[in-house]
Design a protein around this ligand. Structure first.
Ligand code: UT7
Length: 328
């Protein structure tokens, strides 16, 4: 059986209107613009309104990706939403979007691999299309992390923001499209980054709220060490699987968690900064949305030419990681 080459047909992105700057945060917690900028690279982030949920951010990003791909929602066979901040535990945000888009024939599910979720989603959907099971899939990374952030905890509240990035994937000409995926997990690192309450282990109660267990917990320095190690390793493994070497990289699209993590990946991969998309200064860490948002910005700005070899790489809670080589 011959495999169908699969690539990106269209991208989209959406962020909420409200901007929260480092100077705004100075008024909320004991921090300052200089510390945040130099230790993280972030200047501002977008924050959803009280009424906005994940599907509200995902919907415009999805519409844009469909338009850019030149197909309609009715053509979609599959919708995967990568998120740790779904509208609610169930129904899935993917099903909520399926209804809102009118994607009547699409199967739909949410996928939880935290900040690596978008790459996990791409890997899943690509398998369906390359085998000929489905023709078109919509993969969305979306987060409303502000809703699970404790704005009295300066270790986390300075980092995270809200947004959505979407891609439509389908068949592309021979020689283009996804060349490899490298996804993985190390569950031993689970306790380092978690949302403790609200599941079956620890259902939400007045007590869990009093103990702030409905907010994300992160052991920042430990996650940082893991990130620095895994970003380079995962990208190198994806390159190896694609039969490419570091020097072949035309554009690196890393998960936007911390500029120091990105710089260490650039160093390890020997990639100059001008071959890397960086938008965390404007959006902070938007979890699963960070890579598709950066990809959409690269596409919109005309930065991508046919044949460009793009490496996307991310890491996140789980702990998880994901990397992919994509020929544009
Ligand atoms: O998507 C994946 C999720 N997460 C990540 O990728 C996060 C990975 N980790 C990080 O990005 C970094 O570890 C942080 C940005 C979270 C923290 O940076 P750091 O360089 O590891 O700082 P640290 O935690 O070692 O703290 C250094 C100092 C401490 O003060 P003392 O103990 O040396 O006096 C902190 O209390 O900086 C202090 N600090 C702050 N100061 C001002 C911590 N947060 C702040 C803050 N403003 N917001």
């Amino acid at each position: 059986m011959s495999l169908i080459p699969v690539g990106v047909l269209g991208t989209g992105k959406h962020v909420p209107e409200r901007v929260l700057t480092n100077f705004d945060l100075e008024k909320i917690v004991d921090t300052n613009d200089e510390w945040i900028r130099t230790r993280t690279g972030i200047r501002e982030r977008r924050i959803a309104s009280a009424e906005e949920a994940a599907s509200d951010l995902a919907f415009p990003a999805a519409e844009q990706a469909l338009k850019n791909a030149g197909i309609t929602a009715a053509d979609l066979d599959l919708i995967i939403v990568a998120t740790v901040t779904p509208d609610m535990a169930f129904p899935s945000t993917a099903c909520i979007l399926q209804e809102r888009l009118g994607a009547k024939k699409a199967a739909a599910f949410d996928l939880m691999a935290a900040c690596s979720g978008f790459i996990y989603g791409l890997a899943n959907a690509t398998n369906f299309i390359t085998l000929g099971t489905y023709k078109y899939a919509l993969i969305i990374g979306v987060e409303v992390l502000s809703k699970i952030t404790d704005y009295t905890d300066r270790n986390t509240c300075i980092l995270f923001g809200d947004g959505a990035g979407a891609v439509v994937i389908g068949a592309v000409p021979e020689g283009r499209g996804f060349k490899s995926f490298e996804i993985g997990a190390d569950g031993t690192g689970g306790p380092l980054l978690k949302l403790h309450a609200g599941g079956s282990r620890c259902p939400s109660s007045a007590e869990t709220i009093a103990q702030k267990q409905h907010y994300m917990y992160m052991a920042g320095a430990e996650v940082f060490k893991f990130a620095v190690r895994i970003m380079g390793n995962a990208a190198e493994e994806a390159l190896r699987k694609a039969g490419l070497v570091k020097e072949d990289i035309d554009l690196l699209i890393p998960h936007q968690a911390n500029i120091r993590i990105i710089n260490s990946a650039l160093h390890k991969l020997n990639v100059p900064e001008d071959k890397c998309i960086i938008n965390l200064d404007r959006y902070g860490n938007v979890g699963a949305a960070s890579i598709p948002m950066a990809l959409a910005e690269a596409a919109e700005s005309g930065r991508l030419s046919p044949g460009d070899r793009i490496v996307m790489v991310g890491f996140g809670a789980g702990l998880t990681w994901g990397a992919s080589v994509l020929v544009w």
